[in-house]
Design a protein around this ligand. Structure first.
Ligand code: URA
Length: 210
């Protein structure tokens, strides 16, 4: 496995992922599980956040206590399925700034087509975490990372739920500086660019569309 990829294979993550993969899992449960997994993934993604100390008074004494340092984080949801990971992350880091990149996959070419972009300022001075549950061909994630870098981002991680080896390889070539965090790496893509065994279309599973 490339050293820019971390598989967060905590038992709770794997258990929840199995429940989500099951085709009988209802949308409401799927969304709740995605929210819970995103908290557990984010815990790993944010493990190396820079810290400083601050003088505080406990009820007993004064102490130098650790506290986060630097500008607020930026979370970037790759629409629409990215929003499912965003909600859990915002539970954990409520003060984060949030950007959105709208991309859809052209069904014929599987290429990423941009339809929306709204990003916070000072991206170059902030840690940026892009989120999308599925790293399949890597086309849309790669296009989103291109746009973030054009907007000035230099410190980017990508967090997903499931990755295909093809997507990991593509991202390793197009954005080798970006650290990838995933709950699992599946077998391969089918002819339509879906991850196998996978969980189907994450957006449809979340929102009950087809
Ligand atoms: N996007 C999805 O939602 N599912 C896949 O399997 C691949 C891309």
């Amino acid at each position: 496995m490339p050293n820019n990829v971390t598989v967060v294979d905590h038992p709770l993550v794997l258990h929840k992922l199995t429940l989500m993969r099951d085709k009988h899992c209802p949308s409401a449960v799927f969304r709740q599980l995605l929210r819970e997994i995103s908290l557990l993934l984010a815990y790993e993604v944010l493990r190396d956040l820079p810290m400083t100390t601050q003088t505080i008074e406990t009820p007993l004494v004064e102490m130098e206590a650790p506290i986060l340092k630097g500008k607020k984080l930026v979370l970037v949801s790759i629409l629409r399925a990215g929003n499912g990971l965003l909600d859990g992350m915002l539970d954990l880091v409520p003060s984060a700034r949030v950007g959105h990149i709208g991309l859809y996959r052209d069904p014929a070419t599987l290429a990423a087509v941009e339809y929306y972009l709204k990003l916070p300022d000072s991206l170059g001075e902030r840690r940026v975490i892009a989120v999308d549950p599925m790293l399949a061909t890597g086309n849309s994630v790669s296009a989103a990372l291109d746009r973030l870098k054009q907007a000035g981002a230099t410190n980017i991680s990508f967090m997903c739920l499931l990755a295909a080896p093809e997507g990991i390889e593509a991202l390793g070539k197009s954005h080798p500086d970006v650290k990838v965090f995933t709950a699992a790496i599946d077998s391969h893509l089918n002819d339509h660019g879906y991850i196998l065994p996978g969980l189907g279309d994450a957006g449809d599973r979340m929102f009950g569309t087809k």
